[in-house]
Design a protein around this ligand. Structure first.
Ligand SMILES: Cc1cc2nc3c(=O)[nH]c(=O)nc-3n(C[C@H](O)[C@H](O)[C@H](O)COP(=O)(O)OP(=O)(O)OC[C@H]3O[C@@H](n4cnc5c(N)ncnc54)[C@H](O)[C@@H]3O)c2cc1C
Length: 394
């Protein structure tokens, strides 16, 4: 697909920024599980955090396709996918719900800092007993005068350890599924909100994730985001945008892996020949190319649909499923083609594999994407009635 000139210009801009200011392997950050705050600020200064936000809300108003291409470009150029994951969590779990559901006062309070990078956002939906069955959550929200009081535990919150504000989903009456679910803006320093230690994850290690504990956590009435009982709509909006855009960084990474393995297969010689001359090696390269070329249009399509104001739940689920599986398989192929070099922790492909495995789980597991695709195609479902077809995962 031919991209608009404006998007191609953005791509060139970000290539330049990444090459000059976002270099380095980030291997230490991966080992230590350390967030790259300077890299975050560089991306903020380059306008990455505001691309998808309309001009009237202080953003660049370039839309989702431009943001997807930006993420793809950064995925190609920047070694540290954890940084890009943290940016995506911030955008789709925090910024976009605020743009779509926030009141003018909430936008005025939070958006400027969220867009200039001085404020980091995340969201808490998943709980110890509510993962794929996310709407079966136990975190409660009760009214007390004009305030709300939240109680519960949220697990695996991306950006949790570094977030300044979180959208926390809670139920007025647990057990009613998505009915009665509401979203709340909870600043980090709110009394009754506690943060666990960063989780020791397999991949995306420079994107800190953690547990939140809400105990008698009191927030004012105007912290409600969207309508009372409208939490599922807010959450679904988040997920629809996220599934398309977050996978774009993996598309970029697949493109880079392909270049790397082609170079390697042409220069690494065994039995007196470049290894690319062996058909079983070439076949892996060919499969990587096919996965890249089938993944890219899927994510671009979501950008096009959302920029036209259309629904993209089915497309987002398909992109999430296909691209994450492709990213895992292509990372495995890259490791195999590079042999022992691919197996070293000092290389990038080993990290790519660990990072890509996360993509099969976050934004709803791939099994749940299949459940959703089947439902959206009209197939019968064995899941309980409390779900909407658009909303089976966290
Ligand atoms: C890197 C990362 C970042 C994350 N960030 C966030 C975040 O910011 N905020 C947040 O709230 N959550 C976040 N999560 C949590 C994520 O949304 C959940 O891990 C995910 O929804 C699955 O829940 P679970 O881990 O409890 O697995 P479970 O739901 O317990 O699933 C276990 C296995 O059973 C399968 N399974 C479950 N039900 C079905 C079914 N009906 N049909 C078929 N298979 C099924 C699953 O697919 C999976 O393979 C993140 C997770 C990861 C890995």
């Amino acid at each position: 697909m031919d991209l608009p000139d404006q998007v191609l210009e953005l791509r060139r801009e970000l290539q330049e920024v990444a090459r000059v200011r976002l270099g380095g392997s980030g291997i230490e950050r991966d080992r230590e599980g350390v967030f790259w705050r300077e890299g975050w600020q560089v991306c903020a200064e380059a306008g990455v955090l505001s691309l998808a936000v309309p001009r009237e809300d202080g953003g660049r108003g370039l839309g989702l396709l431009a943001t997807i291409v930006a993420m793809e470009t950064l995925g190609e150029e920047v070694d540290d996918l954890g940084l890009l994951f943290a940016i995506n969590a911030h955008l789709w779990a925090g910024v976009i719900p605020l743009v779509h559901f926030g009141t003018p006062a909430q936008k005025t309070t939070w958006l400027p800092g969220l867009l200039d990078g001085s404020i980091v956002a995340g969201h808490g939906a998943t709980e110890p007993d509510a993962g794929s069955d996310v709407f079966c959550m136990n975190t409660t929200a009760r009214r007390d005068g004009t305030d709300w009081v939240l109680d519960g535990t949220k697990s695996f919150v991306a950006n949790g350890p570094i977030a300044d504000v979180l959208i926390v989903y809670a139920a007025a009456e647990p057990g009613r599924g998505e009915l009665g679910l509401s979203g709340f803006l909870v600043p980090r320093d709110t009394k009754g909100l506690q943060f666990g230690e960063p989780l020791d994850k397999m991949g995306l290690r420079s994107a800190p994730s953690g547990t939140l504990v809400l105990e008698d956590c009191r927030i004012p009435g105007d912290a409600l985001i969207g309508s009372e009982g409208g939490g599922a709509a807010c959450f679904n909006c988040s997920m629809e945008w996220e599934r398309g855009a977050i996978l774009a960084m993996h598309v970029g990474r697949m493109s880079r892996q392909l270049d790397e393995v082609v170079r390697f297969a042409k220069t690494r010689r065994q039995f007196g020949q470049p290894i690319g001359a062996f058909q079983s090696v070439a076949n892996r390269v060919i499969d990587m190319k096919l996965r890249l070329e089938t993944s890219r249009p899927l994510v671009h399509r979501i950008g096009i649909l959302k920029d036209q104001g259309r629904q993209a739940m089915l497309e987002a689920a398909m992109a999430k499923l296909h691209v994450s599986e492709a990213a895992v398989q292509s990372s495995l192929d890259a490791v195999q083609i590079m042999g022992s070099r691919g197996y070293l922790r000092e290389g990038v492909v080993e990290r790519d594999l660990r990072d890509a495995l996360g993509a099969r789980i976050y934004s709803g597991t791939n099994e749940m994407q299949r459940v959703m695709i089947a439902r959206l195609l009209g197939l019968p479902s064995s899941l309980p009635e409390r779900r909407s077809p658009e909303a089976p995962e966290g």
